[in-house]
Design a protein around this ligand. Structure first.
Ligand code: FNR
Length: 327
């Protein structure tokens, strides 16, 4: 069949919406509560305009950059998103291959449907591991150790999810993890058994294991169990950016979790400037949320970001065209 020419990543979402079961599409697309922040993540980009300067020699352009000392082909990286096998049977393996082929960094979600080790087995690549802290600290140690041994280069600690955001379409659809798909990183644990026997409760069970007492002092603990740099994912204020500095974080990801956590927080592109100012160049500041075009990337860089991450575009392109789509 003749394929429509894809000219921007938003088009992948339209095709994915037709292709995916409603429950899966809604899980990927939805935000928390009124989805005000979800709209705003995009709208805020559209309010930022350029002041273009002319007659500058642009005959040689190099968009490659360095992130935590690693050379990558472009300042665009892959954000951690859960359960990619719902999009495509190859799941995170396809994302890993496509990201390596593109010469950039993939962040693997703790809630992946391929394991840390399976992703590492796809071949060389610069990869970060997204972590949440669970009540059972042995589980955290175990995950971190596996990420280290599999050659992952950094931990992206998600700090905006002490409990899971309320995404109403998931409630309406009675979202459950489709048969045959498991949260592979937890396989072998008791909690993995629990979600196998009680599939519908899997997400809420594991998110129920999140340690809600986790606070700044515990950042020191996390740093004490790993040699990997720890990035804080989910900072939105100057105050927290200064704490991130104080507690020795290796970098900040300005993120509102793709608007899936607390609704009525600002768009990330609106929060970026105050975070950048607060760290005074002492830490790299990254951004995710609503990045869909090269001009969005440029706006983030112009406002002081060291690079951006994309979430949903990688899921929808994976759903439409697997590894080729993501690449
Ligand atoms: C996410 N995100 C996320 N973040 C995280 O730290 N751990 C996770 O497991 C997930 N899972 C997840 C699933 C889905 C379906 C989405 C859409 C998002 C948040 C993600 O890392 C990132 O912050 C946002 O996706 C960025 O916004 P955009 O690019 O999707 O607009």
């Amino acid at each position: 069949s003749e394929k429509m020419e894809i000219t921007n990543v938003m088009e992948y979402e339209k095709i994915a919406k037709e292709k995916l079961p409603k429950m899966v599409y809604d899980y990927y697309a939805s935000g928390a509560d009124d989805e005000w922040t979800l709209q705003e993540n995009r709208n805020a980009f559209s309010r930022i305009l350029f002041r273009p300067r002319i007659l500058i020699d642009v005959s040689e352009i190099d968009v490659s950059t360095r992130v935590l000392g690693f050379n990558i082909s472009m300042p665009i990286m892959i954000a951690p998103t859960a359960m990619q096998k719902m999009a495509h049977p190859d799941g995170e393996l396809a994302t890993a291959r496509a990201t390596s082929a593109a010469g950039t960094i993939m962040t693997l979600s703790s809630w992946a449907t391929c394991s840390i080790e399976e992703v590492a087995s796809t071949g060389p690549g610069i990869r970060f591991f997204q972590l949440a802290v669970y009540k059972d600290r042995d589980v955290v140690r175990w995950l971190v150790k596996r990420a280290e041994e599999a050659g992952f280069k950094a931990i992206a600690l998600t700090v905006d999810t002490p409990r899971l955001g309320r995404r109403e379409s998931n409630i309406k659809n009675r979202f459950s993890i489709p048969r045959g798909i498991t949260l592979k990183n937890f396989e072998g644990l008791d909690l993995a058994k629990i979600y196998k026997t009680n599939n519908s409760g899997a997400g809420s069970y594991i998110s129920g294991q999140a340690d809600q007492s986790f606070s700044w002092k515990d950042i020191k603990w996390l740093q004490s169990i790993t040699s990997l740099p720890v990035l804080l994912k989910g900072v939105l204020t100057a105050e927290d950016a200064r704490s991130a500095l104080e507690y020795g974080s290796a970098g900040i990801i300005v993120s509102n979790h793709g608007a899936r956590q607390l609704d009525y927080v600002p768009a990330t592109i609106m929060a970026l400037e105050e975070v950048v100012k607060a760290v005074e160049g002492r830490l790299p500041v990254f951004l995710d949320g609503g990045v869909r075009r090269g001009t969005d990337v440029f706006k983030a860089l112009a406002l002081g970001a060291a690079g951006v991450f994309v979430g949903r575009p990688s899921l929808f392109s994976l759903a439409v065209d697997g590894e080729t789509g993501v690449n």
